[in-house]
Every structure is written in structure tokens, then in C-alpha cells.
Design a protein around this ligand. Structure first.
Ligand code: SAM
Length: 325
């Protein structure tokens, strides 16, 4: 595809291409995984990709295998996002509109705390027209309380797939919210080793603000910046003091926090937890991690495909990756 076709919105792949790719991806022998979390974090080194492009591509695949389920956008924003390409910044659909237009979900729950952003989002949802907007529920409140209420109500269908995008700006997401999402549905393993799971927990794609918020909360020079350390925030983000205290006492780098957070997600029972460092497309400086937690091997493969097929991805083999035969 040429650059001008891309600018005109010509789809990257036809419906038939996508179907063929799903068959190809699903017939792959197994999902490659790094030897351990530290290796995985180091070796999945930075991508200068745009997470919204990845998300849009991912949903094209997702729609075909897990379509018709529930979408939760905990930090829905205004409906619009920023795309940086070749040093130019343009406005494009944000996560909530991408999901709403994808056709991948039968019910969408969009949560936005800021009043101005909520009003813009509300207008964008209404502009979609009744066929799409009738599936969408929007909430003007804190996502931690709304998600807790939603999961406790009978509104969501436990028998259908559920995808939660947790795209926070900083450290607004409570660990207790992640726990509630992870415990809401249980993983049921496949009947045979090579099969697909019978049931999966809520799939999560989480922004962990490793290099901005966390580096500030965890000052390298503790004597110079005593104020920036916030134990209360870390307790909320990690769920308890025990979860991070020994790292602080051991004077570990803030980079260890991403490992700890990933380990905690694994302890919630997710079969795959894949953190990905995202770099600024202009400066190439590390920004944050996007962490994908899922029980379904196809979800991992589709996310990899979505990243590879996204403009800006440094398209290379993952060094150190091992495929277990
Ligand atoms: C990074 S932006 C989200 C961008 C969005 N995912 C997109 O792709 O367009 C984070 C949004 O979360 C909102 N927000 C911040 N704290 C929140 C909370 N506790 N609950 C819900 N929304 C919150 C902010 O107002 C902001 O609009």
C-alpha cells in the first residue's frame, strides 16, 4: 500500500486477507515466550508505534474470533486521539471511537471522569447514529468505582468475551480494579493441550506509566527529591505496601516496578502477560509500557500481528525469544 492510499483511508487488508491471516496465525504451533519476565521486558525493547494504530488493527482480527462481546474503556477520553507520523501530529479517532466503529463488540462501556472530555465524548457518540450508539453506555465518573459497580451488576454477560482497555494518563488505575476485572470470570483450560481455552478471564490492555509517573514517584536521588516519593500512590497502584516495599528498601531502580507489576498480573492467573515498552516517535525516548494480559494464545498472536502491521514498528525478530515446541 502506498502512503497516499493510507492517507485516503484505504484499508490495509481486505476481509478475505484477514480471514486467511487468522487461519495462518491460529495454525501456528505455539506462542513464543521469553525465558522470564526480566528477559521479556528487556528484549521486547522499545517500539515507536502508535498504540491507537495497533489497537485498530488488533480489533480487525479480534472481531472475527471473539466478536460480539463486551468492551470497557476505563479512560475513554474525548473520542479523539493524536497521531504522530513523520514528525507531524494529526487528530484521529481515539480508543473509544475506534472500538465503537470496529463492529467487534455488542456492548461498549465508556468511562470518562473529566466533565469537558465527557461532553465531547457524548457528542461524538451521538454523532455515530442510532445503530452504533444504541450499543454504547457512557459514564461520567471515576472508572474505579464504575467498573466495580458494573461487575457487581447483571449488566455484563459473563459468557461472552470481555476486553478492557485501561489507558490511564498517570496512576489513576487502582490495583483493586484490576483484581476485580481478573476475578470476574475464570479461565477454563482447553480440553486437550493444543486446544483453545473453553473460557477466558477479562482480557486487559493496560498502560503502565513506567517512565513518566513511576520515575517521578520513585526518585533516583532521594535526598534531592524527598517530596516526589508517594507511598500512598504506590500502595494504590500495587495494591499493598508489601508489593513494592522491599524494592524501595533495596534501592532498586524504578524499572524494577514494571517487573513487579507484570509478576502481579501473572499471579492473578493470566496465561500470557506481555509488557511492551513504547517510545516517543519523535525523540525515541522511553515513555510507558502497554501490558497485554490474556488467557487466549490467539490474542497474543493477533496483538503481535497488529504491532508488526503498524506503521512505525521497528520490524525485527524478537531476540532471545524461544518457541516451546
Ligand atoms: C490518556 S487519556 C485516554 C485516551 C483515550 N484512551 C484515547 O485513546 O483517546 C486519559 C483520559 O482519562 C480521563 N481520566 C482520568 N482519570 C480518570 C478516572 N479516574 N476515571 C475515568 N477517567 C479518567 C482523563 O480525563 C483523560 O480523558
Amino acid at each position: 500500500m502506498t502512503a497516499s492510499q493510507a492517507d485516503q483511508g484505504v484499508p490495509l487488508f481486505s476481509e478475505a486477507d484477514l480471514d486467511a491471516m487468522i487461519v495462518e496465525i491460529n495454525s501456528g504451533r505455539s506462542v513464543p515466550e521469553a525465558r522470564d519476565i526480566a528477559t521479556q521486558i528487556r528484549e521486547f525493547h522499545g517500539w515507536t508505534l502508535n498504540k491507537l494504530d495497533v489497537f485498530e488493527n488488533y480489533l480487525k482480527m479480534y472481531r472475527r474470533v471473539a466478536g460480539g462481546g463486551t468492551y470497557i474503556d476505563a479512560f475513554a477520553g474525548t473520542g479523539k486521539g493524536r497521531l504522530v507520523k513523520n514528525g507531524q501530529s494529526t487528530v484521529r479517532d481515539g480508543s473509544s471511537l475506534i472500538a465503537s466503529k470496529s463492529g467487534a463488540f455488542s456492548a461498549l462501556h465508556l468511562i470518562e471522569k473529566d466533565k469537558g472530555n465527557f461532553e465531547l465524548l457524548d457528542a461524538e457518540v451521538k454523532a455515530l447514529g442510532p445503530r452504533q450508539s444504541s450499543k454504547i453506555h457512557i459514564y461520567h465518573n471515576d472508572c474505579n468505582s464504575i467498573i466495580s459497580e458494573l461487575l457487581g451488576s447483571n449488566e455484563l454477560d459473563r459468557d461472552k468475551p470481555c476486553f478492557a482497555l485501561l489507558d490511564q494518563e498517570s496512576t489513576q488505575l487502582d490495583w483493586s480494579t484490576i483484581q476485580k476485572l481478573a476475578h470476574w470470570k475464570t479461565y477454563e483450560p482447553p480440553p486437550i493441550d493444543s486446544g483453545r481455552p473453553k473460557k477466558c478471564k477479562v482480557e486487559l490492555w493496560i498502560l503502565f506509566n513506567s517512565h513518566q509517573a513511576m520515575s517521578r514517584l520513585w526518585p533516583h536521588d532521594r535526598d534531592r527529591f524527598p517530596e516526589s516519593f508517594s507511598p500512598q500512590t504506590l500502595d494504590r497502584v500495587f495494591g499493598s505496601r508489601e508489593a513494592w516495599w522491599e524494592l524501595w528498601e533495596g534501592r532498586k531502580s524504578f524499572r524494577k516496578l514494571i517487573e513487579r507489576f507484570t509478576e502481579q498480573l501473572r499471579c492473578l492467573g493470566y496465561q500470557y502477560v506481555l509488557p511492551q515498552l513504547i517510545k516517543d516517535p519523535i525523540t525515541s525516548r522511553p515513555q510507558y509500557h502497554m501490558i497485554h494480559a490474556t488467557d487466549h494464545p490467539s490474542a497474543v498472536s493477533f496483538m503481535r500481528w497488529a504491532k508488526r502491521s503498524t506503521d512505525g514498528f521497528e520490524n525485527q525478530q524478537f531476540p532471545g525469544m524461544e518457541t516451546s515446541a
